[in-house]
Design a protein around this ligand. Sequence first.
Ligand SMILES: Cc1cc2nc3c(=O)[nH]c(=O)nc-3n(C[C@H](O)[C@H](O)[C@H](O)COP(=O)(O)OP(=O)(O)OC[C@H]3O[C@@H](n4cnc5c(N)ncnc54)[C@H](O)[C@@H]3O)c2cc1C
Length: 445
Amino acid sequence: MKIAILGGGISGVALARLCAADGHDVVVLEQAERPGGLCKSRRYGEFTFDEAGGHILFSKDKRVLDWQLARCGGEAGTVRTVRNTKIRWHDRWVPYPFENGVGHLTKQAIVECMAGYIEAYVGRRIGAPCPDNFGDWIRWRMGDGFARHFMVPYNEKIWKCDLSRMASDWVAGRVPEAPIEDILKSAVGLDTEGYAHQSVFWFPRHGGFEAMVRGTVAGGGFDLQCGVKISRVERRGDGFAVDGTAFDLVVNTVPLPQIEPVFADLPDAVRADIRALRPISLVNLMIGVRLDEPLPPLSWIYLPFADQGPTNRVTYFSNYSPHNAPAGHGSFLAEVTHRGELRPDAAWLREVTKALDRAGILQQEHVVLTEWCNNEYAYIDQDLAFASRIARVRAWFDASGYLTFGRFGRYEYHNSDQCIGRAMQVHEHIRTLSATGARAPLQLG
Ligand SMILES: Cc1cc2nc3c(=O)[nH]c(=O)nc-3n(C[C@H](O)[C@H](O)[C@H](O)COP(=O)(O)OP(=O)(O)OC[C@H]3O[C@@H](n4cnc5c(N)ncnc54)[C@H](O)[C@@H]3O)c2cc1C
């Protein structure tokens, strides 16, 4: 089949590689000057940084993880790290996830967290219904103490809204519930491990996270066209046309609001739903520092409080690979989310690094490099109408013959491994289509 894939992020190039291996004639049409999307990295002198904040290689799906590692040169091409993440809780370093590190808080805060947790636990046991908004969900699930001491300030900082405006359904599969025994152990000072699926991760030894994209494109057997401006996509006869060129299949992975204007045959109601889909944007600060001694062996940390500046998460990026920073130097990524209003300038950058200095993360006089990168489409705004809106959009695409997937191509809050998992599912769908000729609706589990 002749297949056009719109967008050359990891979703697009992973699917292209899989389909090309089956002998299909595949072209990837990418608007930017090179592929990679949110997985891109960049160099400043001898520093390498990721553009869209800290990215790591991990997956619950072994088949996907093996695929990712193979694209990065396997064990030799990657650095394996045991995760060491913390929350900067006032002047303390609290192990993450917060509920597993509760014993590191002040005695008063431990009591408040545990009293609230037990109340919430009993409430759920006697049938308190799961709230549909995220703010109430946090209290229902974690109790008032955990809410006040971490969950609410942190989540307000990252989502930039009143949490009662957000839906709760997306957190269900994303935030695994720690067993109550683990939380009780943590409260009395016995550390427990949470989020075990992510306790070890990998990172490309050279070239930043983008190395995975380069390894997907290299020898992929498909035609990658960059710097392309797509003007019109339409159904034509039994197939499709992109700017007049005929294809048997068109697969979209571009953020839906960015590609909607060129789809000629979208019904008005679906267009309206797509236009109402909002992203949360991310300014990623790339910071290089001179080091007198090695950085602490941290992976990343969370900064929940306003007096720590606007950064919600800091990645200790030079700890991911010794090649991310030159000898005698270290590097950080500082993530600041926004809703389209942030325009960084020199004064703002200084304020952010000053706040990181105050929080005990770096010394401002050791900073040798500060650059930034804005990512318009970083997170999904999962407001209360999101689930029904995106369900209508997906239903139209899935029945239309076009295929659409990807973090914003389907508006699924997915990491790159899940995008690759989706590419594998779409690839299976295309195999069936190619073998039988039957255009059954796309079904993604
Ligand atoms: C802060 C943050 C941290 C993350 N951490 C991790 C992590 O630790 N591990 C992990 O695996 N994942 C992580 N992710 C998720 C990961 O970045 C995404 O899941 C993945 O990169 C999405 O790939 P995609 O191809 O679906 O979308 P994108 O990367 O958004 O790709 C879409 C592509 O479409 C192109 N495009 C846009 N408009 C057009 C147009 N009109 N025509 C043609 N092309 C167009 C874009 O240039 C882009 O290349 C993180 C994401 C963020 C924001």
